[in-house]
Design a protein around this ligand. Structure first.
Ligand SMILES: *[C@@H]1O[C@H](CO)[C@@H](O)[C@H](O)[C@H]1NC(C)=O
Length: 206
């Protein structure tokens, strides 16, 4: 048995010595395989996952009057906050748009600008959402006023879209957020995050 194995080995070496290209080919394939494996691992385990924590504030509003009395269109100054704690490089987003709704009725929309947030901070990105018509439709105005009078919370649904953000690998991001216009607690309430590739979801909390 041992003799047979040695003979086989000798045969192999003979083959390689007689055909130097065979050795080069084996080495080339090994190098290609190694490079491909390392690239794949670097791509999969890329440490710069997208931020998980976003919230919005509405520092200024106007035009939320009854439409007959209004002199301005509903306008919302919005601040998107992005928490980059635990992320070791700047996070940049390619902005798309913001949409503001109250009780399921779209009220205003606007552009979200492109932005960059330094690592390990909470960045603020300002945006303005507005609409065309003056004031609020009567029914919506009444509902908002009723909530205010009863000291109930007046909640806005703010949807924020980006074309992509650092760590999303080209995927668009949708944030579904709640902002409190009136009442307590004022939050902040973290946005629900949609659109990150599935394997990045597992980085949540990591
Ligand atoms: C919104 O912000 C701008 C400045 O960025 C300010 O001039 C404007 O008065 C604000 N509007 C409201 C309704 O707070």
């Amino acid at each position: 048995m041992a003799a047979g194995l040695l003979e086989d080995d000798d045969d192999q070496w003979d083959f390689i010595e007689k055909h130097p290209w065979a050795k080069h080919m084996v080495i080339t394939i090994a190098i290609l395989f190694f490079v491909a494996s390392v690239s794949y691992l670097l791509w999969v385990d890329q440490p710069d996952f997208a931020p998980r924590e976003y919230w919005v504030k509405v520092p200024g509003v106007e035009g939320l009057e009854r439409s007959d009395d209004a002199v301005a269109a509903p306008t919302f100054n919005i601040t998107l906050r992005v928490n980059t704690e635990g992320i070791s490089r700047a996070v940049c987003g390619r902005g798309d748009r913001v949409d503001v709704a109250y009780e399921g009725v779209p009220l205003a929309h606007g552009d979200l600008p492109d932005f960059c947030v330094p690592p390990a901070t909470v960045g603020s990105i300002p945006a303005v959402a507005s609409s065309e018509g003056l004031g609020l439709p009567d029914e919506l105005y009444e509902r908002m006023e009723r909530q205010r009078r009863r000291n109930e919370r007046v909640k806005l649904a703010v949807h924020v879209r980006m074309h992509e953000i650092t760590g999303s690998r080209g995927s668009p991001l949708l944030l579904s957020c709640t902002a409190i216009l009136h009442g307590r607690p004022k939050g902040p309430f973290l946005c629900e995050v949609f659109g990150l590739p599935r394997h990045l979801e597992t980085a949540r909390g990591g």
